[in-house]
Design a protein around this ligand. Structure first.
Ligand code: ZN
Length: 428
């Protein structure tokens, strides 16, 4: 497991996207020492930096861009991303097997440039155990913030993860228990979802229940992320004052998609973070298109591709309009779920760009914004002195061509260099 040493490392990239300024800057260098960013300034002054007696090293990336490490606000490390449903993983595997997968997924994430991620729902103690493994140094991965099992009503979405609680007293008690076990934030299934005993088009919790959860979480400095797949649930979550709404799709109780201007206005006014999870559908479609050209699709796959294409277009339309209305988007892949394996959070960042964010804004939605939503923007999310040295170097210029985010040249977490996927592949 690589550890940060005290060497002063001067990184000279072709350009820097620091997350503070609105454009990429040339002629800027970044110095890191120990676990943090020590200095950001003109390349010409870099040689004069005092290493405090420690060794120094210069790292040149002339054609590349340096930016803050990516932050994926929405992942499920227990899940395989191979199309199996949560229920299948619940029945077919045990916690030990799922925890091993979390370790593998965490490594895939950091090797792809994600230096922080939220696990938005894993079974029982698995999320907490993953964090313990990372802290012990037996697992290589990003910084991981965990919710533990999502709070859900009896039979609600993800109930099998272990977070069922009904009624104000029970949800308060469950929230306190999760915080006691080590939850960094609280995840609520505020509507149903793919879980067969739940209904994605119905709000699950009452507003007083949601409010009790938010009160308990905020009282302990934890943010609340709410899964909402229908308009009713979005409005309940807004009433309760959650910090981020995941999915945030405008469906009526009968499953009909309907743009809702009143809800859109509320979302924009509230400043609540919205995570569209458009990258998930995109990953599904890319996979089916690939299969189509390789071997042709079965009728069932053909139908799924059609459905996904239609819902993807609706989603893109909804979020493009919301962006114009002034909502705040935050990047979260939902990877592990469906056919979205770990290692391409960039797909979600690209979909935010499609919805109308400029490349620099989309990068911010995948770095600083998640950090702000989780209340840790003072330590990560931008390239500024004093922050953790969580850095990503990509070839080319993502401020011109955002897809360059996928061409990873180097990753640093807490000042230590992490092997990229390319470097791992070269080792065999
Ligand atoms: Zn999710």
């Amino acid at each position: 497991m690589p550890q940060a040493d005290n060497t002063l490392k001067v990184i000279k990239p072709g350009r820097l996207i620091d997350g503070v300024h609105d454009s990429a800057m040339e002629g800027t260098a970044v110095a890191i020492q120990g676990k943090s960013i020590k200095w950001v300034g003109p390349v010409s002054q870099a040689e004069g930096l005092d290493s405090g007696g420690a060794a120094r090293e210069t790292l040149e990336f002339p054609g590349a861009t340096l930016l803050a490490g990516l932050f994926d606000i929405h992942t499920h490390t227990n899940m395989p991303g191979d199309g199996r449903t949560g229920e299948e993983v619940n029945e077919g595997e045990n916690d030990q097997q799922r925890l091993l997968r979390s370790a593998v997924n965490a490594t895939a994430a950091v090797a792809s440039g994600v230096t922080t991620m939220c696990d938005c729902g894993s079974w029982n103690r698995n999320g907490f155990a993953l964090k313990e493994g990372l802290a012990m140094g037996v697992v290589e991965g990003p910084r991981v913030l965990v919710s533990g099992p999502p709070l859900t009503v009896t039979g609600g979405h993800l109930y099998y993860m272990g977070g069922e609680a009904d009624g104000i007293d029970a949800v308060r008690s469950m929230t306190r228990s999760l915080i006691k076990q080590g939850a960094d934030f609280i995840k609520i299934a505020a509507s149903g979802g793919s879980t067969s005993t739940s209904d994605p088009y119905r709000a699950s919790y009452s507003v007083p229940e949601l409010t009790a959860i938010v009160e308990e979480a905020h009282n302990r400095g934890r943010s609340v992320l709410a899964h909402c797949r229908c308009t009713d649930a979005i409005n309940s979550a807004l009433d309760a004052g959650v910090d981020a709404i995941l999915h945030c799709s405008f469906y009526d109780n009968d499953g009909t998609y309907r743009w809702d201007q009143k809800t859109a206005d509320r979302l924009a006014e509230s400043g609540t973070w919205l995570n569209p999870t458009m990258g998930l559908g995109r990953a599904n479609r890319e996979r089916l298109e690939r299969l189509k050209s390789e071997r042709g699709l079965t009728p069932d796959e053909e139908e799924r591709l059609e459905r996904s294409t239609a819902s993807g277009a609706r989603s893109l339309d909804q979020f493009s309009t919301l962006v114009k209305a002034g909502v705040r988007l935050v990047g979260g892949s939902d990877c592990g779920w469906s056919y979205y394996p770990f290692g391409d959070f960039q797909g979600e960042v690209l979909s935010l760009h499609e919805a109308g964010l400029s490349p620099i804004e989309a990068i911010r939605a995948g770095t600083l914004s998640p950090a702000t939503a989780l209340g840790i923007q003072d330590s990560i999310g931008t390239v500024e002195p004093g922050k953790e040295a969580d850095l990503l170097v990509v070839n080319g210029d993502p401020s011109q061509d955002l897809a360059q985010l996928r061409d990873v040249a180097a990753v640093f977490k807490g000042g230590a260099r992490v092997a990229t996927n390319k470097e791992r592949a070269a080792l065999g």
